[in-house]
Design a protein around this ligand. Structure first.
Ligand SMILES: [Zn+2]
Length: 115
């Protein structure tokens, strides 16, 4: 149960610490990435408390985590400082936060595997 609570608490803490100007939006986006656990529906049984998600479920494998890292970093690396369009910045910020939320999710699942 603590594990599930951390999936809410940790994104909230990160949002408050690093995205203070729009922390509600940031926290909501990062918490929404819990939808990545939809890949558990492909497993039998769907939920096994003793199973490590990392490397087992398709959206919890290294290729997927690599994609999440790209989603997180690309908006930072490719940011056009001259771009003034609010919509474009907003889309880049959304991609960045989704990537971050997914990375946080994988890290929390990874810690659960170790403990
Ligand atoms: Zn997961």
């Amino acid at each position: 149960m603590l594990h599930i609570a951390l999936h809410f608490i940790f994104p909230l803490m990160v949002a408050l610490a690093f995205y203070r100007d729009r922390w509600r939006n940031a926290a909501l986006l990062m918490v929404a990435t819990m939808l990545v656990d939809i890949d558990h529906l492909l497993a039998d049984p769907i939920y096994d408390p003793d199973r490590c998600s990392i490397g087992f479920h398709p959206l919890h494998t290294l290729p997927a985590v690599t994609l999440y890292a790209v989603l997180f970093a690309a908006p930072l690396l490719l940011a056009d400082r001259r771009a003034t369009g609010r919509g474009r910045r907003s889309a880049a910020r959304t991609v960045h936060l989704v990537g971050l939320g997914l990375l946080i999710h994988m890290a929390l699942d990874g810690v659960d595997c170790v403990l």
